[in-house]
Ligand binder design. Structure first.
Ligand SMILES: C=Cc1c(C(=O)O)[nH]c(=O)[nH]c1=O
Length: 299
């Protein structure tokens, strides 16, 4: 079975070296760091911090610019490798359209994922929380982009927002999948001994990952699976063992991304989590993912 696991965008995917390590790993796919029109250094450090419950980050979109990833996508051997996803997070709609048009012109087999949810750009609200703007962006993309693509979503926390967001996404047939969730934005981790925040940008505010976000991630996966017929949901958030991967798939996820845990453990996490998932499935008498995908029981 091709592994249902791959990296969360942002982890082990900024440089060609990172991407080649992902390509050589046992993951089932790989996705690039979200890219912008021009290269970016990102936010000042410290901008990533690990806690016993996960991570907080305010990277600020450090990336080598979209042409770097376009070049990687052009050289990628699609016949002999796992699927390549390209994450796009332009600083404006115009930038996003320029980047997407550049990929469209080359008609490469990579799959574009439009990031609607970067929480760490000072002064820039997450598009995923401005649904009219998100709809407008998707309309402008679909004026010319004629291939399947996906979006990376922020976590939603209100049932009415699941409804409103799904209403927008269901308008776009070429939007074939959504990835739930991006980090839970603007958390604040405090170091009691130092009586200080732990990251520099935004006075310590950053996106949360890891154990902190698992229940929210699972809820977003399950709620969008219910509301987006004909589309797929990729689960992301809080996966550190076969158990959380199982939970995401039980909630309906087609594939599962690993972020904070991959950052800490490296690509060995894919082998370990895949084996743990396999063992858990065997213990439960499941032969394949579809035996239990989306079959979360309610009481
Ligand atoms: C693309 C920027 C993102 C970043 C970042 O580069 O700060 N961090 C996240 O947790 N999610 C993002 O989407």
């Amino acid at each position: 079975m091709t592994s249902p696991l791959y990296n969360a965008s942002g982890v082990m995917c900024r440089s060609v070296e990172d991407l080649e390590a992902m390509r050589a790993s046992s993951s089932g796919a790989l996705i690039t760091k979200s890219c912008t029109l021009e290269p970016r250094e990102g936010n000042p450090e410290p901008r990533y911090f690990v806690t016993p419950l996960g991570s907080i980050n305010s990277m600020g979109l450090p990336n080598y610019g979209y042409q770097y990833y376009l070049d990687y996508a052009e050289k990628y051997d699609y016949a002999n490798n796992k699927p390549l996803f390209i994450s796009i997070s332009g600083m404006s709609l115009a930038d996003n359209l320029t980047i997407i048009k550049a990929f469209h012109e080359r008609a490469l087999p990579c799959i574009l994922e439009v990031n609607l949810s970067c929480p760490n750009l000072p002064g820039k609200p997450q598009l995923g929380y401005d649904l009219p703007a998100a709809q407008h962006a998707l309309e402008k993309i679909c004026e010319f982009y004629d291939r399947p693509f996906g979006v990376k979503l922020p976590p939603y926390f209100d049932v009415s927002h699941f409804d409103q967001a799904a209403e927008v996404f269901n308008k776009f047939d070429l939007l074939k999948y959504v990835t739930c969730i991006n980090s839970v934005g603007n958390g604040l981790v405090i170091d009691v001994d130092a009586e200080s925040v732990v990251i520099k940008p935004k006075d310590g505010l950053g996106g949360l990952g890891g154990d902190y976000v698992l229940p929210t991630a699972l809820a977003n996966v399950r709620e969008f699976v219910r509301r987006l017929p004909g589309k797929q949901v990729v689960g992301c958030g809080g996966v550190k063992s076969g158990r959380e991967a199982f939970m995401h798939i039980l909630a309906g996820a087609t594939a599962v991304q690993v972020g904070s845990c991959l950052y800490e453990e490296g690509v060995g996490a894919f082998d370990r989590i895949a084996q743990e998932l396999k063992d858990l499935m065997a213990a439960k008498g499941y032969q394949k993912l579809s035996d239990f995908r989306g079959k979360l029981k309610t009481l």
